[in-house]
Design a protein around this ligand. Structure first.
Ligand code: FES
Ligand code: FES
Length: 83
């Protein structure tokens, strides 16, 4: 592992298309270790990572980053194509 800081684990090299509900809050897993992708299940403990809060403004399907390398967290920005 690189010494310049912890790297997130790649949960999968593609986004998770997820239906969300208006006004509901979601916690995106930033560490990649959660068994409940794309959401945090507490597995980040001790990894140095924290989940990222996302509040849906409308009911729709969004694309949460699964590779954890996105520059637009918690959403996929296409960075998985460069992994
Ligand atoms: Fe990954 Fe919580 S389990 S951020
Ligand atoms: Fe991570 Fe697309 S899944 S940038």
């Amino acid at each position: 592992m690189a010494s310049e800081g912890a790297r997130a684990t790649v949960a999968q090299k593609s986004p998770f298309g997820t239906p969300v509900e208006a006004g509901k809050t979601y916690w995106w897993c930033a560490c990649g270790l959660s068994k409940k992708q794309p959401f945090c299940d507490g597995s980040h403990k001790g990894s140095g990572f924290q989940p990222l809060k996302y509040t849906a403004t409308e009911a729709k399907t969004v694309w949460f980053c699964g590779c954890k390398a996105t520059g637009a967290a918690p959403m996929c920005d296409g960075s998985h194509n460069k992994l």
